[in-house]
Design a protein around this ligand. Structure first.
Ligand code: C5P
Length: 226
């Protein structure tokens, strides 16, 4: 099924997947699939069009026809344009993240985004960041990592990440949001967040970005992909 090599990195929000995936994609010159952005964009599109987040059929139509462009900028940054509007900052808020996890629980929405995600598997390879990359979207991926960390550590990382972007955050509110999102992502019926049976689980609470990167590169070497 898979055309080009896939590095699937799954795990809960705030575990550092985004940072690691960007670094690896840049290092290898591979494509990057930020699947969470697709769910965030779907939620934003629903709110723009006044569609209720639990209206499965209508949200799925929006997901299927998302008018989105990802425009690469310097330093690995990407500008995200939804229906002609730059939403690069809006989609990163905790509020949109929470809305995303609601639409992500709808089976028809996940189905609508499936092919769009698989299309990213182009030569020379793709680094896929999400919740179900190794379990559902790319079950044949040669390297699967499940990157996690304690909820408290993830809240701290999210808080610092927001600060860097000049966005105000309340660490207690972020922790509560992370716990609610974990609960929803892990307990939904379709594609719940869980490690693929053939994934390497990396518990990164006490690891630096460099240490996680080393583990990922070692796995890629083991699979003869680099
Ligand atoms: O990773 P990110 O925080 O951007 O994801 C936002 C939400 O989208 C997650 O909380 C999750 O509910 C959903 N998601 C998903 N499957 C993916 C990626 C994200 O359900 N592959």
């Amino acid at each position: 099924m898979t055309q080009a090599p896939v590095l699937a990195i799954d795990g809960p929000g705030g575990a550092g997947k985004g940072t690691i995936c960007q670094l690896v994609a840049k290092k290898l010159g591979w494509h990057l699939l930020d699947s969470g952005a697709l769910y965030r964009l779907t939620a934003l599109a629903a709110s723009k069009h006044g569609v209720a987040l639990d209206n499965e059929e209508s949200v799925a139509v929006l997901a299927k026809h998302l008018d989105v462009q990802f425009i690469p900028q310097d330093e690995g940054l990407v500008n995200t344009i939804l229906e002609g509007e730059d939403v690069s900052l809006n989609i990163r808020t905790e509020e949109v993240g929470s809305m995303a996890s609601k639409v992500a629980a709808l089976p028809a929405v996940r189905q609508a985004l499936l092919e769009r995600q698989r299309d990213f598997a182009q030569s020379p390879g793709v680094v896929a960041d999400g919740r179900d990359m190794g379990t559902v979207v790319f079950p044949d991926a040669p390297v699967k990592i499940y990157l996690t960390a304690s909820a408290e550590e993830r809240a701290k990382r999210r808080f610092l990440q927001l600060q860097e972007k000049g966005v105000d955050g309340d660490i207690e509110a972020i922790l509560k949001d992370i716990q609610e999102r974990d609960e929803r992502d892990m307990n939904r019926e379709v594609a719940p967040l869980k490690p693929a049976v053939d994934s390497l689980v990396v518990e990164s609470t006490n690891m630096s970005i460099e240490q996680v990167l080393d583990v990922v590169m070692t796995e890629l070497k083991r699979a003869n992909l680099v």
